[in-house]
Design a protein. Structure first.
Length: 132
C-alpha cells in the first residue's frame, strides 16, 4: 500500500469533495441532511467536521486493503485526467493525487459517522469487495 497524499485542513461548510482535477459539475446535492456521503460518477461529496470546530486529516491510499475507522462509502469514480482533486467546496484547500486515467474503485473510511475528523480515501483497494 502506498500513501499517495495527505492534508490536514479546515473544511468550509464541513464538506469534503473528491473529484477529477478538471471536474466542473455541480456538487452532487444531498437527498437528506442525514446522509454523510453522496456521489455521482465523477465526484464523491462527504460531510466532515466544520472548520469552526477544528481541522480534518485526510490520507489518500493506493492499493491498500482497508482503511481505519468505519467504511462510509464504496463505489466507482471516473478520473479522465488521471489526477484526483480532494478539496473543500470553495477550493481554498486542495490536494491533488495522481491515480491514473480511467474509472477507479474508491472506498472512504472515517473515524466517525458524524463530524468526522480523520478520513482515509482508498483508490483501487485490494480488500474484499463490499457493496457497489
Amino acid at each position: 500500500a502506498v500513501l499517495a497524499g495527505e492534508m490536514t485542513a479546515g473544511f468550509q461548510f464541513g464538506v469534503l469533495v473528491v473529484a477529477d482535477d478538471e471536474a466542473s459539475e455541480e456538487i452532487a446535492s444531498w437527498l437528506s441532511s442525514e446522509e454523510q456521503v453522496t456521489a455521482s460518477h465523477a465526484s464523491v461529496v462527504m460531510r466532515v467536521l466544520h472548520q469552526q470546530e477544528g481541522e480534518v486529516q485526510v490520507k489518500v491510499w493506493h492499493g491498500r486493503d482497508s482503511g481505519s475507522g468505519v467504511l462510509v462509502f464504496a463505489g466507482m469514480i471516473d478520473v479522465p485526467t488521471g489526477i484526483v482533486r480532494i478539496s473543500d467546496v470553495v477550493m481554498s484547500q486542495v490536494l491533488r493525487v495522481p491515480v491514473g486515467k480511467g474509472c477507479h474503485r474508491i472506498e472512504m473510511y472515517a473515524n466517525s459517522t458524524v463530524e468526522a475528523s480523520e478520513i482515509s480515501v482508498l483508490f483501487d483497494p485490494t480488500g474484499p469487495q463490499f457493496a457497489d
